[in-house]
Design a protein around this ligand. Structure first.
Ligand code: UT7
Length: 329
């Protein structure tokens, strides 16, 4: 087996300027700042408001910044994978549009749909193209414009999500650094609790589906909450045990940002002091595939070469997973 690993050689995030605060939501639905903060930890989220802009525009902004900061020319990128559940359109894939908008003319592209776990699924997949020696420059994007699929009259979902994205550049690593291991899981038993009812081949868009508000996120939060805590705690434990890591060996835990109470429970179960856990849910809410790369971007200056980082996510599908990264710069 090859010893090549895929290192994260750079990370860049993008969030839209427009801030939607809990106070703003108080005038839209029957909710209040106190409920949202105490039940979720969210204070505000970003919304992409500009006419004609979509997920690929956020992705392109992140990729442009990434190419610039890593001094990489667009033509050298060989593959772009975009994790998203809010593609610009059913087809073509959003990664293709990102490549077009950033001049990555030599890249082959595809999207991955694994909801909140999308970034981990895409990161692990992208890493394989490096580990196999096939490619030397791969970009993985996690991007979602959740505001495009939210019912802003449903208080149980519209308060939770925001728009945003992050992108990483993967390159072959010196031995011992990079994406070290992942445990990824899928189980459609959980589909009933979190999905979009219409717009796919099962129930194509019609006047009826629009009238019934079936093109929005549907979530029954409580079962998802429980499954998220136990699912993430288990895979974090499993990936660490498999690689003989203890919480003391880990510099940072990077959990998907869906609910501060979930993050705290998973951290407690893994014995991670909260100071070692990246949390920015108060500013951005749940950006689905965007949360993990947005955290890495915000903490980039605090990361040191050799840091063991555990990424973990849980989301619609169900999908979930944990990835061990050894930071490479
Ligand atoms: O990222 C993808 C994976 N998703 C998740 O991980 C989300 C997991 N679930 C959750 O984070 C939580 O379940 C929620 C934040 C979605 C909801 O919190 P909860 O503590 O589970 O509340 P609940 O849905 O059980 O509702 C409790 C009460 C209900 O009122 P009654 O029936 O007790 O009278 C709701 O109607 O809170 C009410 N409620 C609200 N009240 C004020 C629900 N949403 C709101 C709201 N403002 N926005």
């Amino acid at each position: 087996m090859s010893n090549i690993k895929a290192a994260i050689a750079g990370v860049q995030g993008y969030v839209p300027d427009f801030v939607l605060s809990n106070k703003d939501l108080e005038v839209m639905v029957n909710t209040n700042d106190e409920w949202i903060k105490s039940r979720t930890g969210i204070q505000e989220r970003r919304i992409l408001k500009e006419e004609g802009k979509a997920t690929s525009d956020m992705g392109a902004a992140a990729v442009k910044g990434l190419l610039e900061k890593t001094d990489t020319s667009a033509g050298d990128i060989e593959l772009i994978i975009c994790a998203t559940v809010t593609p610009d359109m059913q087809f073509p894939d959003t990664a293709n549009l990102i490549a077009y908008k950033t001049g990555c003319k030599n890249a082959f592209t595809f999207d991955i749909n694994a909801a909140c776990s999308g970034f981990l699924f895409a990161l692990t997949t992208g890493a394989k193209f490096i580990e196999s020696g096939t490619y030397k420059k791969v970009i993985v994007v996690g991007a979602d414009m959740m505001s495009s699929i939210l019912d802003y009259s449903d208080r149980s979902t519209c308060i939770l999500f925001g728009d945003g994205c992050g992108a990483v550049l993967l390159e072959p690593a010196e031995e011992g650094f990079g994406i070290m291991d992942s445990i990824l899981k899928s189980d459609a038993e959980g589909m009933q609790y979190l999905h979009m009812k219409a717009g796919g081949s099962l129930k194509p868009a019609s006047h009826e589906t629009v009238d019934a508000k079936e093109h929005y996120v549907f979530q029954n939060g409580r079962p998802v909450f429980k499954a998220a805590v136990s699912g993430m705690a288990k895979v974090v434990n499993d990936v660490m045990a498999k690689n003989n890591l203890t919480a003391d060996d880990v510099a940072w835990m990077v959990p998907h940002q869906a609910n501060l109470r979930i993050i705290e429970a998973v951290s407690r179960m893994g014995d991670f002091p909260i100071e070692k856990v990246m949390v920015n849910i108060h500013k951005y809410g749940n950006t689905t595939a965007g949360t993990i790369p947005l955290c890495l971007w915000e903490w980039e200056n605090q990361l040191k070469k050799g840091d063991n980082i555990i990424l973990t996510a849980f989301g619609g599908g169900y999908t979930w997973g944990a990835t061990w990264v050894k930071w490479a710069y």
